[in-house]
Structures are given as structure tokens and as C-alpha cells.
Design a protein around this ligand. Sequence first.
Ligand SMILES: Nc1ncnc2c1ncn2[C@@H]1O[C@H](COP(=O)(O)OP(=O)(O)OP(=O)(O)O)[C@@H](O)[C@H]1O
Length: 122
Amino acid sequence: MPKKESFLVNRLKSVGYAFKGTILLITKEPSIKIQLVIAIAVTIAGFYFDISKTEWGIQILAIALVMSVEGVNTAVEEIANFIHPEYHEKIGYIKDIAAGAVFIAAICAIALGCIIYIPKVF
Ligand SMILES: Nc1ncnc2c1ncn2[C@@H]1O[C@H](COP(=O)(O)OP(=O)(O)OP(=O)(O)O)[C@@H](O)[C@H]1O
């Protein structure tokens, strides 16, 4: 009978898999690469304009929202391509819905960025 691993070992392994997934996402997905560059740019802007703690919180949440929804969108696309590589109207619908979720997050993040930075720039 295989030895049962402790709760802590299992949790540490899960963190390792999640870290591997993050590296895969950042190295293989063009959209998330662009989002990472934007995240770094707004982080530099945050220091440059000396934004408040609340603004930092909002900015970090916006970055987390866009990049994590993009990750889920990528997973949905991968599942769709794996289970049905051929053209199918339903696959198109599923992919469009997942892309729509990223779009909503991105529009809200852009709006938040404008609220934070427009008064500081002008
Ligand atoms: N198998 C398919 N059947 C039907 N429509 C599809 C299929 N694959 C893609 N599509 C349509 O083409 C669009 C783009 O699909 P694709 O998988 O290239 O996503 P993408 O958003 O371009 O991917 P990425 O985020 O990696 O750039 C989908 O949103 C969908 O409308």
C-alpha cells in the first residue's frame, strides 16, 4: 500500500504545482506576457507618483483580477482545444464567453488606472 503523505507535504506539493503553472502561463501565453509588462509598468508608475496605500491596494487587486482571469481563460481554451480540436459552434461560444470575462476585468482595470493616474498626470 503506498505511504500516505502528510497534510503539509501535500500542501507544499500543491504550491509547487501552482508555481509551475504560473511559470508556464508567463512563459507560454502571449496575452499574459503583455499583462505582466503592463503590471510592471503601473507598479513603476505607482512608485513614481507615490500613490496612496488605498490606491496600491486597488492597483494590486486590479492586476490580480486581470492576470488570474486570463489564467482561467487560458485553461478553458486549453480544455476546449483538447476535448474538441475541430471546429464546433459550442467551442466557439465557450471560448468567446471566457474571453469576455477577461475583457470585463481588463476594462475595469483600465477604468481604475484612469481614476488613479489621470488626476496625478494632469
Ligand atoms: N474549435 C473551435 N470551434 C469554433 N470556434 C472556434 C474554435 N477555436 C476558436 N474558435 C473561435 O476563434 C476565437 C479565437 O480562438 P483562439 O483559440 O485562437 O483564442 P484566442 O483568444 O485567439 O487565444 P489566445 O488568448 O491564446 O490568443 C474563439 O473565441 C472562437 O470564437
